[in-house]
Design a protein around this ligand. Structure first.
Ligand code: XMP
Length: 513
């Protein structure tokens, strides 16, 4: 595997993804929290950073200890750090070194740059620049403005690059990473979805033995794929619980439950609609709704878990809680910057409380979202589950602004169903990262026939995004919007107006609450 030491760059996760796209396993660790460097480690990458190596409080790492044991690639800050601490010089750049640039010198005899065209486009993003290199360093690539675009330390396997190979604007970045990871570090490209399934199932079998595991499923990709992996490892010893809080999409509870049964999962559905509606009655403050739903969910899960336990044979006990945590959640919680400020409390991300003294098993905690999908595919999970848009834990509760009633849920479900069906039929569903319908807390005037109406408004939202952190609204065709609006107003009693949300995140958020 490859270890990526993170100095806090926004691109660090991207480096990891690119390495994994080469079918090589890699892990991100904060620079100040070094992992075990055992023999499975074949090379180390030092990431970029928002810091400058010239700052007094710049992050430090003992790269010399690594340099003697592993091939080392410094990217941006990483490259500047190695250069400066080897006797070179890094200064504040006087010219603009952001964005596109083209190499004009490339040393093709150097393995790192094999097969990289002489004029390859690279992406720069730094305020500092390496102005002088020690005598044992050689420049192996330059642009017009940046002499030391890439260097090699003679007689060693240490390299530095001042551009970002991980972003797609660096057109040959993947080739460069492949040269490093495969040719220099000697990794074999054997980390595939099938290999992941095989080793994970074997590890889970060993770890869990005859133990029983309990797990809440949401119908989403992560929890489903995690459950299928666990199911392959321990079969009926995995007990799944799917709670209907009455805030799912139209018919979703029934459909998803059926898919789970079809997959052979040991699943128990809990119809808790009325209890959730009751607890939510009269509440309109968004954070309070989330808290109520979070607490109610735990109550339901707790009860179902105790029922599972009660049915187990003498001597058997539930010892584990299965979770669909994925790698970005893990990185977030251990990152250099620490967990980023909570803008909304995502109750279901933090997991469940430690009741019943359960140990946690998270089979997907080393995977990125797209890898979870690939693993799901390798496991034969149905495409309609794998391709599903993200859906918030509190569901339609945060898409009904203001107080929630069963009637509003019904109206919203009908409108949303029309919206999503039209996205699917027009082929737009898979081009959108997330879409949903929002029930607004206003009524507006309309006419139907000769009658004046005074009814509700729904907003349609569709965004493109990679991870939900930033997002832009999707330019759906007017004809499609017209068709959806028409269908909603004509078929959903209680709605006489449809609007389309054209705000990006930031400054707006994806959800309205
Ligand atoms: P925002 O609205 O913060 O949403 O731009 C970013 C992503 O997070 C989802 N989201 C939630 N997910 N519980 C969840 O599980 C929540 O309370 C919650 N709030 C927002 C949202 O759907 C989007 O994918």
């Amino acid at each position: 595997k490859i270890i990526i030491l993170d100095f806090g760059s926004q691109y660090t996760q991207l480096i990891a993804r690119r390495v994994r796209e080469l079918n090589v396993y890699c892990e991100i660790h904060p620079y100040n929290h070094l992992p075990d460097f055992d023999e499975s480690v074949k090379g180390v990458i030092l990431s970029g950073s928002p810091y400058s190596v010239r700052q007094a409080d710049a992050p430090e790492v003992d790269f010399r200890a690594l340099q003697t044991r592993f091939p080392l690639l410094g990217v941006c800050y990483g490259a500047q750090y190695i250069a400066q601490h080897s006797g070179g010089e890094v200064v504040a750049s006087t010219i603009r070194e952001y964005g596109r640039a083209n190499l004009h010198f490339v040393d093709h005899t150097n393995v790192l740059l094999a097969d990289i065209p002489a004029d390859s486009q690279v992406w720069m993003s730094h305020g500092d620049t390496i102005s002088a290199i020690p005598s044992d360093f050689e420049v192996i690539a330059s642009t017009d403005k940046v002499n030391v675009a890439a260097y090699h330390v003679r007689g060693s396997q240490t390299y530095g690059i001042q551009f970002h190979p991980e972003v797609t604007h660096s057109t040959d970045g993947t080739t460069l990473l492949k040269n490093f990871v495969i040719d220099i570090c000697g990794c074999t490209p054997s980390w595939t979805a099938d290999a992941f399934v095989e080793t994970t199932v074997a590890t889970l079998k060993e770890k869990l033995g005859n133990d029983h595991v309990i797990m809440a499923l949401s119908g989403g990709v992560d929890s489903t794929v995690a459950a299928v992996l666990l199911h392959q490892a321990i079969g009926k010893h995995l007990h799944c619980i799917f709670v209907d809080h009455g805030l799912l999409r139209k018919n979703e509870y029934e459909q998803v439950l059926e898919s789970y049964q079809h997959m052979g999962l040991n699943i128990k559905g809990v119809n808790a609609k009325d209890r959730f509606y009751q607890k939510l009655a009269g509440v309109s403050e968004p954070e309070q709704k989330r808290k109520i739903i979070g607490a109610a969910f735990i109550d339901e899960f707790d009860e179902a878990a105790h029922a599972v336990q009660a049915e187990l044979p003498e001597g058997a006990a539930v010892k584990w809680l299965g979770q669909g945590t994925i790698y970005p959640d893990v990185i977030e919680s251990i990152s250099v910057k620490g967990p980023s400020a909570t803008i909304k409390s995502h109750h279901n991300v933090g997991g469940l409380p430690d009741f019943m003294k359960l140990k946690v098993v998270e089979p997907l905690n080393t995977l990125f979202k797209d890898e979870v999908r690939r693993v799901g595919k390798a496991l034969g999970v149905a495409p309609n589950i794998l391709g599903r848009h993200p859906f918030p834990g509190p569901g339609l509760a945060i898409r009904i602004l203001g107080e929630i009633t069963a009637e509003k849920v019904r109206i919203l479900q009908e409108a949303d169903d029309i919206y999503i069906r039209n996205l699917r039929e027009s082929g737009w569903y898979d081009r959108v990262w997330q879409a949903g319908t929002i029930f607004l807390p206003v009524q507006s005037v309309g006419v139907m026939g000769d009658e004046r109406t005074y009814e509700h408004v729904v907003a349609l939202r569709a965004v493109g995004s990679l991870d939900g952190m930033t997002a832009d609204w999707i330019h759906l065709p007017y004809e499609l919007l017209a068709k959806i609006s028409n269908e909603i107003i004509n078929h959903v009693k209680g709605i006489n107006r449809v609007v389309y949300d054209i705000s990006s995140k930031p400054p707006a958020t994806i959800e309205w609450e």
